[in-house]
Design a protein around this ligand. Sequence first.
Ligand code: 0X9
Ligand code: ZN
Length: 428
Amino acid sequence: MKAWAVLLLCAAVYAKHEQYAGWKSYYIGPKSQEQLQSIGSLIQKFELDVLSHANIEREGVFLVKPEFQNGLTNALEEQGIAYRIHSADVKASLDLDDIAIESRRRENLARKGKESPYDNYPNLDVINSYLADVARQYPDRATLVSGGNTFEGRPINYLKISTTNFEDESKPVIFIDAGIHAREWISPPTVTWAIHKLLENVTEPDLLERFDWILLPVVNPDGYEFTFTTTRFWRKTRSTDQSPISNSCPGVDGNRNYDFFWNTVGTSNDPCSDIFAGSRPFSEIETRVVQGILQENLHRLALYLTMHSYGSLILYPWGHDGSLSNNAFALHVVGVAMADAIAAHALPFFPRYVVGNAVLAIGYAASGAAEDYAHLIGVPLSYTYELPGLAGGLNGFHLDPIYIEQVCRETWEGIVVGARRAGDLFVP
Ligand code: 0X9
Ligand code: ZN
């Protein structure tokens, strides 16, 4: 890159993320159930933004505003809860992320002539163009569907992939979505990679012959776009019709908006909260689109995966009270099989997946989540993936873009095993 181009890039990059000036992020590692519980109250008291949830075996990562940093560290020390810095300067780390993403973007452009939807953190246009391109290139297998338009008017696009035009009712359906939480940038590429593996680089042809696929990379396009243009850590949708104060505090947590013990636990009635459940179940078009896909294909849906981050966890119902469904044994066995397949293809320094009930494995209860709703209405195998994705080092905040494709590849191995097991267990 020429010197003037580097200067221009740095100037543009450093003007961003001003709202995170002075913010820090901390690893917090509770050692007992009591400590885990007091973290719950510290989250409230110091307005912590939870990026990765703590449990007794694993540290979580928490974003902290400048005005609460002393109060938080004092409280942690008083209570003997272990903590350490994750990023001493969140804005600087995000600026570094931007430089890494921009240079990877240029590399991809130079190497392949276009931006990659899975070898970098792709913006919404890159993902939508990819969906349109493959649908054009593989018209006998792939159909692009727009499930509806978001509050801000963006299409919620997904691909239906089938060798039999979705007409063979004896085939199980597999549905994978991502990007309901806008800031969880590692999740959409795992779905675009799955599309790549089913259309462009087929190494498991049985998966095409045996199953019909529905792949929805960005459930929440308004929120996703907002994380690229304005607020990197935005989580919710962008609707402003949910309460009289929604104009100043837009958005609903999509993963609290499903009709499953709606707004009973781990949710908020405050529109300014990141876990605001909305004014009613399915108040958001984003969750209604997913609901529509689940309902339409229910009679032959064998496996539903909803991709989130971070944590390296595979979670299954029930997530509102930690109880187990009648299908818990199969959920656990297939979950472990997926995690083993991932582990066999993971880099040695990536954390190993933990598989379990959503409440027990992640450490908190939350109602209104997608994987619970899908299971409630009858999808036998339904999981939330918490993908790997936070940098542990001193550089950028998030996983370096050089590892995105690695996460996609290993996650695909989990999907392959999950699909095959689902096909053996659940024949429509
Ligand atoms: O809280 C969530 O919505 C998910 N974690 S995240 O950090 N991606 O926000 C976990 C959902 C777990 N599933 C259930 N509670 N059912
Ligand atoms: Zn999430």
